[in-house]
Design a protein around this ligand. Structure first.
Ligand code: SF4
Ligand code: MG
Length: 334
């Protein structure tokens, strides 16, 4: 059977100020199986959000897209806006960083969840939709959901609001949830609760989840598999266990080195010096080479292809060498 989400060789380009094509995403492959939580990790500008906007058919009209995006085997690239609208919401639920952008301040939380249900299932009556809204609030562990349903978003705390957004995303029992930085705006305790909620929905409802984040730590506890993106490309992917046990890309190793270890504090800025290149000035060869402690001449001229090395898939010319000589443990550590 086909994977739930299968992205093949996806590229997305926007027109720059002088009409030049700026490629935000280049040749991305990504597979998410039903009922799986897949982490997509990258800094801002890595192309992770653009990739997800492409999946949802929400790219700006000027964007040029090539490649394939299949949901349950069905090609989404080339569908009309109307067809995509039907798939969004009915089959794909999405959760953004700031719950306020997803909630209408003028409607009660119950009414807007009920509305989300009725957009895709007009045959559901108002009263029934309201009852389902209360059940959805219960599903996302909002206490006293009957009363909460009658309140407005401003009467909710940040964490409760994000739960309400998740309830809305679940309104039509989607097969795929896309959560783009769902916990970034929340404090650490609430973050953990939201991650627990997503994990429970995955387990109990069998929903596949793509968790987009800049924070490898968030993925560590929640995801089974992950893709690391850098400068518009996937640079490493594999199971969380394999990648954490032996990162094969120096960028992944640097991200791991910047994770705070128990009892220590790591200066994030020293782990990977420099910052990601802007889309308009991506380096030749391996985009990471200006920041890489292991770059050689080949890295400046030749783009490394994604290939299987050991248990992971990685795009680095020196992956075997770096892993076998344990250089990786040294990279970025200090
Ligand atoms: Fe570093 Fe070269 Fe590997 Fe790129 S290809 S990550 S520059 S060693
Ligand atoms: Mg983003």
């Amino acid at each position: 059977t086909a994977p739930l989400l299968e992205i093949r060789d996806l590229s997305v380009a926007f027109a720059g100020r002088h009409g030049e094509a700026l490629e935000a995403v280049s040749g991305v492959d990504l597979t998410v199986n039903a009922g799986e939580l897949h982490g997509v990790v990258g800094e801002s500008g890595s192309g992770k959000s653009v990739t997800m906007l492409a999946v949802m058919g929400l790219l700006s009209p000027g964007a040029r897209l090539s490649g394939s995006i299949r949901l349950d085997g069905r090609e989404l690239v080339g569908l009309s806006d109307r067809q995509m609208r039907r798939i969004r919401g009915a089959r794909i639920g999405y959760i953004f960083q700031d719950p306020m952008t997803a909630l209408n301040p003028l409607l009660t939380v119950g009414d807007q969840i009920a509305e989300a249900i009725r957009i895709h299932k007009p045959q559901v009556g108002r009263t029934q939709a309201r009852e389902q809204a209360v059940e959805l609030l219960r599903l996302v562990a909002i206490p006293i959901p009957e009363r909460r349903a009658t309140q407005y978003p401003h009467e909710f705390s940040g964490g409760m609001r994000q739960r309400a957004v998740i309830a809305m995303a679940m309104a039509n029992e989607p097969d795929l949830l896309i959560a783009d930085e769902p916990t970034t705006a929340l404090d650490v305790t609430i973050q953990a609760q939201i991650m627990e909620l997503l994990e429970r929905l995955r387990r109990d409802k069998g929903v596949g989840i793509v968790l987009v984040t800049h924070d490898l730590g968030v993925v560590a506890g929640a995801a089974r598999s992950l893709s690391i993106m850098y400068s518009g490309r996937v640079v490493e992917r594999g199971s969380v266990d394999d990648v954490f046990a032996a990162p094969h890309h120096p960028y992944t190793a640097g991200l791991l080195a910047s994770l705070p270890q128990a009892g220590t504090r790591v200066d994030r800025l020293t782990a990977i010096p420099g910052s990601p290149p802007p889309i308009s000035a991506r380096p030749t060869g391996c985009s990471f080479h200006p920041r890489c402690a292991h770059a050689v001449e080949q890295c400046r001229t030749e783009r490394p292809a994604l290939r299987e090395v050991g248990a992971v898939t990685v795009a680095c010319h020196r992956a075997e060498e770096l892993v076998s000589t344990a250089l990786m443990q040294l990279s970025g550590a200090d």
